[in-house]
Design a binder for this molecule. Structure first.
Ligand SMILES: Nc1ncnc2c1ncn2[C@@H]1O[C@H](COP(=O)(O)OP(=O)(O)OP(=O)(O)O)[C@@H](O)[C@H]1O
Length: 271
């Protein structure tokens, strides 16, 4: 018989699976003319599979740097990152993530379908690339536009094409750097709903950079609030709003409470 100590009550909770993203004591110092820029200091973060995480913080606090470190686009000056238990370099080689930039960065001379097929062509992925690209366009609701060219689409539609392109390899992780920042409010709200539908349907883990508190609250399961430079994590806010989210979510009292909590943390980080 096993005796349980009084200080350790038996737990009925399921043990947590290993995180899909683990960031430990991460530090990023850039050498710049005349000195150094500390972009990130002592960042610690574990993300579970299927979460929707937003990173929010003042301009220059290191949000993009954190995403670029996860994506193996820059190398940290300290600390450790594991993606699915592997180094970011291995995760990159194994196409564990798709990356969506603030600007859609589409090839103007290629059709919508050809843009989504491009990464599959570049990596010489075997199989029916056209069918795969069509599947992704269907997922973002643009299957009727596969023959169009980027300049024939609105800004929001172009960003949907870039999301389809990022999903071409069917990666478990999606990194998104302010993808809707340049869009008008109504288009942005519509794309927020579309993104949540896609997230639910695919079970991806999303890490999303934004400057907008309402956008972060609406989309996320947790919001990571960062301080002004040198960027640190000021706090992590659980967003316990029910799923699936809808336009009504934005009107609920709890939505405003969470937004206020994030605003207070941002103010604290600015002080
Ligand atoms: N390659 C680089 N070389 C030198 N400094 C850099 C480099 N990349 C980023 N920085 C600096 O690191 C800091 C963090 O930049 P980063 O782009 O990560 O901030 P951010 O929070 O994403 O900002 P924003 O919200 O304005 O996009 C900034 O001071 C920036 O100038």
């Amino acid at each position: 018989m096993t005796l349980l100590s009084a200080s350790q009550p038996p737990s009925t909770a399921e043990p947590l699976a290993p995180p899909i993203v683990s960031v430990q004591n991460l530090q990023m110092v850039f050498q710049v003319p005349g000195g150094q820029t500390v972009a990130l200091q002592d960042a610690n973060l574990n993300i579970q599979k299927g979460e929707f995480i937003s990173l929010i913080g003042p301009s220059g606090c290191g949000k993009t740097t954190l995403l670029r470190l996860l994506a193996d686009l820059v190398q940290p000056t300290g600390g450790q990152i594991l993606i699915g238990g592997q180094s970011p370099a291995t995760a990159r080689r194994e196409r564990q993530y798709g990356y969506v930039f603030q600007a859609p960065a589409l090839m103007e001379w290629r059709s919508v379908l050809a843009n989504v097929m491009l990464p599959l062509e570049v990596m010489n992925v075997p199989g029916d690339r056209r069918a795969r690209a069509r599947e992704m366009l269907n997922l973002v609701g643009l299957d009727k536009f596969e023959r169009n060219y980027p300049w024939q689409l609105s800004g929001g539609m172009q960003q949907r094409v870039s999301i389809a392109r990022a999903l071409a390899f069917d990666p478990p992780l999606l990194f998104m750097d302010e993808p809707f920042g340049a869009l008008d409010e109504i288009t942005r709200e519509h794309l927020n709903l579309e993104l949540l539908r896609l997230w639910r349907e695919t079970g991806k883990t999303v890490i999303f950079v934004t400057h907008s508190i309402p956008e972060a609250v609406f989309l996320s399961t947790r919001v990571v609030v960062m301080t002004a430079r040198p960027g640190k994590i000021e706090g992590i806010v659980d967003v316990d709003l029910p799923q699936p989210r809808s336009d009504d979510t934005r009107e609920s009292p709890r939505f405003f409470e969470i937004a206020t909590e994030i605003r207070e943390l941002l103010k604290k980080g600015h002080a």
